[in-house]
Write a protein that binds this ligand. Structure first.
Ligand code: F6P
Length: 550
C-alpha cells in the first residue's frame, strides 16, 4: 500500500502554525530562556549515548505541539509502519525502501513481494565477512602471491559518498589496508589514484547499483586496461583475483569479466544513497574490519528501533525533521548547516547533501501536482573549528537565517584532553554566541576606555551581534562505529519524515537523468564534424573547446 496523499498546507496544524509563526517570529530566544529556567531540559532528548538539545531553536512548547499535530495529520505513524514493512513507498520506481532491513536481526522477517529478504541479506553479509577477513589477514592474495595492500573503490554518488565518508570517519579504527576512492569521470582523478599503485597488491571494487553509470564504467575500464597493460605481467585470468563488483545488474558484471565468486549482489529496494549498509560498504569492512562494520549496522539498528517505537515528542529524527520544516516552511530559511566538531567527519556534509538534496529536492507532490510550498533544504557544512574561520561570519551577522546542527563528541579518540577541551569550548561557544549575540550595551562597555566616543559610535553597529540564531546540539559520547551508524540512520529517518510531510516521493531521482542524457549526446558532438542542434551559447562553447583542444 502507498503512502497517504495529502497537501500539508491544508491541514489544521499548518494553518495554526502560520498564525503561531506570526505571533512568535520576533520572539527572542534569550527571553525564552530567561522566562523558563527549565527550558533546556524540556527541549532535550537523551537516548543511548546521544544528548540532543534543541532548546536553542525559535520555538515554544506550543510550536512543538503544533508541529507534532502536523506530523499526526500527515499520517506519519502509518507511514513509518509502511517504511519498515516493505510497502512500495517509492511508487515512481515501483519499489520498497528497505535500507533498514540491511541492519535488521537474523530472526526478523521483512517481506518484499511476499518473500522474506533477511536470509539473502545475511548470506551477503557472510560473504562480506569472509572476503574482508581473507583480504585483511592476507590469506587472499594477488596474482603474484602477495597480500593486498591497497583497495580502490570505483563508484559515484551513493556508490562512493557513503563508503568514502564512513571510511574517513572511522579512520581511527583502520587497519593496514589503504583505501582509495575513484568517482569522478575526470581522468585526472583515476590517473592520480593509480599512478603509485602496484597492481600486484591492489584490489578493485566496482560499485554500481545499475552497472550502467558512465563515470563508474569509464573508470573501471581505464583501470582494467591499466591492469592488463604491457607494463605489468597480468592477463585476463588475473582479473578474477583483483576485481570484485557490487551491483543489482548481474549480467552486466559478468560481461565485464568478473567471476561469480567475486560478485556481491544488492537489491533494487535499497536506494543508492542509503546503500552503505549493503555490500556497497565492502570497502568499509575492508578498511576497519568486519566486526566494526557490524557495529556500524548495530548502531543504525538501534536508531531504527528508537525511531520506530518512540513517541514522536521524544523521537530524535521526528523532532529534527519538524524543526527543519518549521524553518523551511514558516521562516522561509533556505539552507541548513551541518557542523561536526571532529575532523573525522570531514565528508559528512557532502554525504548528507546527496542523502537530503537528492531525496527531497522535489517539486511534484504525491498527487502529481506542483507543490505550493517549499520542499528540500540546501545542506552545507564543514567541520568546526575550521568552518568558524570560513563561513561563520555569515551565519552570525549575515542577512540569512541558517539553522545549524552542531555535532560534537564528549570524548576524543586520541584522548588529548587539551586539544579536545579547546575544540569543545569552541563548540559550546558558537551555539551560545548564536543564541545570545552581543548587545549594544555589551559592545559599548567593551570599547569604552579603549577609544574615543566618536570612534565607538562609528564602530558599534558593526560589532553588535543580533543573536537569536537557531542551532541544535547533538552531543555524542564518542565517535565509534556504533555511534556513527546511529548518527547516519538519524539523518536517514529525518529525510523520510520530511518527505512524508511534504507529500513528495523521496526515493527517486529523475532530476539527475536529463544532464546524463544530454552529456551522452554532446560526447558525440565533441568528436563529430558537425555538431547537433544546441542553443547558441552551448554551440559556441563546444566549438571553442574543439578548436582549442590540443
Ligand atoms: O546521481 C544519480 C545516481 O543514480 C545516484 O542516485 C546513485 O547513487 C548514483 O547515480 C550512482 O548510481 P549507480 O550505483 O547505479 O552507479
Amino acid at each position: 500500500m502507498a503512502l497517504s496523499n495529502l497537501n500539508p498546507i491544508n491541514t489544521e496544524a499548518w494553518k495554526k502554525l502560520q498564525l503561531h509563526h506570526q505571533e512568535i517570529k520576533n520572539l527572542n530566544m534569550k527571553s525564552l530562556f530567561a522566562e523558563d529556567s527549565e527550558r533546556a531540559d524540556s527541549f532535550t532528548i537523551k537516548w543511548n549515548d546521544f544528548y540532543v538539545d534543541y532548546s536553542k531553536n525559535r520555538i515554544t512548547p506550543q510550536t512543538r505541539s503544533l508541529l507534532l499535530q502536523l506530523a499526526k495529520e500527515c499520517n506519519l505513524e502509518d507511514a513509518v509502519k509502511r517504511y519498515f514493512s516493505g510497502d512500495i513507498i517509492n511508487e515512481t520506481e515501483g519499489r520498497a525502501v528497505l535500507h533498514t532491513a540491511l541492519r535488521a536481526k537474523e530472526n526478523d522477517t521483512v517481506l518484499v513481494d511476499g518473500k522474506n529478504v533477511i536470509p539473502e541479506i545475511f548470506a551477503v553479509k557472510n560473504k562480506i565477512k569472509e572476503f574482508s577477513n581473507a583480504v585483511i589477514s592476507g590469506s587472499k592474495k594477488g596474482y603474484t602471491g602477495k597480500a593486498f595492500t591497497d583497495i580502490v573503490n570505483i563508484g559515484i554518488g551513493g556508490s562512493d559518498l557513503g563508503p568514502a565518508m564512513v571510511t574517513e570517519a572511522l579512520q581511527f579504527y583502520k587497519n593496514h589496508l589503504k583505501v582509495h576512492f575513484v568517482s569522478n569521470v575526470d581522468g585526472d582523478h583515476v590517473h592520480e589514484t593509480i599512478k603509485d599503485l602496484n597492481p600486484e597488491t591492489t584490489l578493485f571494487i566496482i560499485v554500481s547499483k545499475s552497472f550502467t553509470t558512465q563515470e563508474t564504467l569509464s573508470n573501471a575500464q581505464t583501470i582494467r586496461n591499466w591492469f592488463l597493460s604491457d607494463t605489468f605481467t597480468t592477463g585476463e585470468n588475473d582479473i578474477a583475483g583483483h576485481f570484485v563488483a557490487v551491483s543489482t545488474n548481474l549480467p552486466k558484471i559478468k560481461e565485464f569479466g568478473i567471476s561469480s565468486e567475486n560478485i556481491f549482489p544488492m537489491w533494487d529496494w535499497v536506494g543508492g544513497r542509503f546503500s552503505l549498509w549493503s555490500a556497497v560498504g565492502l570497502s568499509i569492512a575492508l578498511a576497519v574490519g568486519y566486526d566494526n562494520f557490524e557495529e556500524l549496522l548495530e548502531g543504525a539498528y538501534d536508531m531504527d528501533v528508537h525511531f520506530k517505537t518512540t513517541p514522536f515528542e521524544n523521537n530524535i529524527p521526528v523532532i529534527l525533521s519538524l524543526l527543519s520544516i518549521w524553518y523551511n516552511n514558516f521562516f522561509n530559511a533556505e539552507s541548513e548547516a551541518i557542523i561536526p566538531y571532529t575532523q573525522y567527519l570531514n565528508r559528512f556534509a557532502a554525504y548528507l547533501q546527496q542523502g537530503i538534496m537528492e531525496s527531497n529536492g522535489k517539486s511534484i507532490d504525491r498527487d502529481g501536482h506542483l507543490v505550493n510550498y517549499q520542499t528540500g533544504t540546501i545542506i552545507w557544512g564543514e567541520p568546526g573549528t575550521n568552518s568558524q574561520h570560513a563561513f561563520f561570519q555569515l551565519i552570525h551577522q549575515g542577512t540569512k537565517l541558517i539553522p545549524a546542527d552542531f555535532i560534537g563528541f564528549t570524548n576524543s579518540l586520541h584522548k588529548d584532553k587539551d586539544h579536545h577541551n579547546k575544540l569543545m569550548a569552541n563548540f559550546f561557544a558558537q551555539t551560545e554566541a548564536l543564541l545570545n549575540g552581543k548587545s549594544e550595551t555589551e559592545v559599548r562597555s567593551e570599547l569604552e576606555g579603549k577609544m574615543d566616543d566618536n570612534t565607538i559610535q562609528k564602530l558599534f553597529p558593526y560589532k553588535v551581534f543580533e543573536g537569536n540564531k537557531p542551532s541544535t546540539t547533538i552531543l555524542i559520547d564518542k565517535l565509534t562505529p556504533k555511534s556513527m551508524g546511529a548518527l547516519i540512520a538519524m539523518y536517514e529517518h529525518q529525510i523520510f519524515v520530511q518527505g512524508v510531510i511534504w507529500n513528495i516521493y523521496s526515493y527517486d531521482q529523475w532530476g539527475v537523468e536529463l544532464g546524463k542524457q544530454l552529456a551522452t549526446k554532446i560526447l558525440k558532438d565533441l568528436t563529430a564534424e558537425n555538431i547537433d542542434n544546441h542553443d547558441s551559447s552551448t554551440r559556441n562553447l563546444i566549438r571553442f573547446f574543439k578548436k582549442n583542444q590540443k
